[in-house]
Design a protein around this ligand. Sequence first.
Ligand SMILES: Nc1ncnc2c1ncn2[C@@H]1O[C@H](COP(=O)(O)OP(=O)(O)OP(=O)(O)O)[C@@H](O)[C@H]1O
Ligand SMILES: [Mg+2]
Length: 613
Amino acid sequence: MPAAKKLPFLQLLPAFWGPYQQLARYLRPYKTRFALGLFFGVLAGLVNGIIPVVLYIVAGKGLPKIPSTGNFKLMEHLPDTSGISLEAKIGILMLIPAVVVARGIFSYLNSYCLAWVSFRVLRDIRTHLFSHLMSQSMAFFTQAKSGKLISRVMNDARMAQTALTSIAGDVVKAPVSVVVNIIGLVIIDWRFSLTTLVLFPICFFPVIFFGKKVRQAGKNEENEAGQMAVILQETFAGIRVVKSFAQEQHQVAQFDQSSLIQCRNSMKVRKSMEMVGPMIESVSALGVVLALVYVYYFHVDLVKFGALCFGLFMLYDPVKSLSRIPMQMQKCMASATNIFDLMKLQPAIQDAPDAVAITSCRGHIVFDHVNFSYSHDKPAVGNIILDIEPGKQYALVGASGAGKTTILALIQRFYDPQSGAITLDGRDIRTITQHSLRQHIGIVNQDTFLFHDSIYENIRYGRLDATKAEIEAAAKLAYAHDFILAQPDGYDTVVGDKGCLLSGGQQQRLAIARALLKNAPVLLLDEATSALDSESEKMIQAALERLAHGRTVIAIAHRLSTILKSDKIVVMDHGSIVETGTHRELLENSTLYRKLYQMQFHHHEEGETPVPA
Ligand SMILES: Nc1ncnc2c1ncn2[C@@H]1O[C@H](COP(=O)(O)OP(=O)(O)OP(=O)(O)O)[C@@H](O)[C@H]1O
Ligand SMILES: [Mg+2]
């Protein structure tokens, strides 16, 4: 395509077209309303364009003759109207409010329909983007900054929608208006119109030039908005750390810096957008000079001159809107590109096309020569061979960084091993749908996460269709019922952001109640390393025991009691399993276990005796 090489804008076309096509896909469900909006736009443009001609006719037919003065040969071209009755004249005069009202109605309907469509498109894009983000695997979320993702869903989608609305609003109305208006001007006096509009095409240059600038600046603007969201999100999420280290001013300074960059970016966008209007006005001013020169030489009558000037004046607004379209398009494109780049990402973990949704499981988990590394340089776990029998309790022990949490992540299929396989009841977990797999796994994490909602809703999260009685039963089993009733609003007490209105031990018991409610056959426990007071320690221990009953349990153990109760202990070191056996066997045979036992568990011994159930 040698022609395309010569014309750089042709090469740019796919870059424009791609995001637009994708946006257009979102318009499809609302195409009738959208077409209706465009249709009203055409009508509004038509009516707007014919106003000068209407004025010319009305002035000619509805007004008494005005005596001629100076250079203007007034009314000489207009037909004699003395024969027309007063009623008819009033009727003709009423044409002016009639067209203005019609224009108003059509403009309103045009804006209404397009706004209706664009807000629905915004909703669809946001929901689609959010659900696409939800489908991403854990690897994505450990890399991504959540503030940036929030900004993409909120700001970019909004920006694309705003730009889309204004483009759609103007894209037919303005050109129709301009064309009809110019035709009207030509009909009234073609020589005058040609003289004044000869400079018109010059307007395109600033539009193209500044349009490019808007795109780049718009992209920077959106990126910095993302950065601001990151600072906000991290500051609020980590407010305890911020306050403890007295770093409020540091956070404010960071935010202020980002805000300043944002201010400059927005200014760049604004400068480019606002530059175009005055440039067009300057060109128009030259047009006025030409118009006056024309009037001077060709003696135009006053009514015609008035109508022509009015027509030119009416041209200003749609031309200005028209000139904004390329900028709006550039802005829309910058945001749409950001959104669709995210939508293009394929989740690293996907269900196989023929994956089965399991409805029950015994909880027999086998690691068959599993090797896994987060990044390609260093394996996190290597050559894991482990047979976890159903209904038994396993304890994972090992130094920090030994790969214990990684084992739990692999069982939940947050990541796929690079080699080897993990099976559940003899079935490779890669052939099970992620949803059904995780439905059969209950987990109590090292750090509990509670939503800013009531205690009731937080427990219900384990199984959304649970009844009130089931939720209370779960709370009772988790030794949480009593402290819940002691809260100001009982089960309706709101726990605050991430559960901060409750103590650490209380939060953990809610998390256990949630896992109990889920009633899954496989239970993964990442025991908290943080020392709790012995009372809540005992309660949690007892709650966990109830939770473990009759299930396959894999617990990352930091408490002696967990270890003592386990059927088998798996000792990990540097990503490998070095030993398995019972507490007694390992104490006798394993030096590493003896060392771990001395360091981690032995000194806890006293406070660890569980409360009787
Ligand atoms: N998301 C991740 N991306 C990259 N590397 C990771 C990630 N999570 C863990 N690692 C690395 O994998 C190794 C095993 O980590 P893992 O979290 O499984 O240790 P652990 O045994 O649970 O330790 P701890 O007892 O301190 O919780 C560590 O070297 C760690 O640095
Ligand atoms: Mg861990």
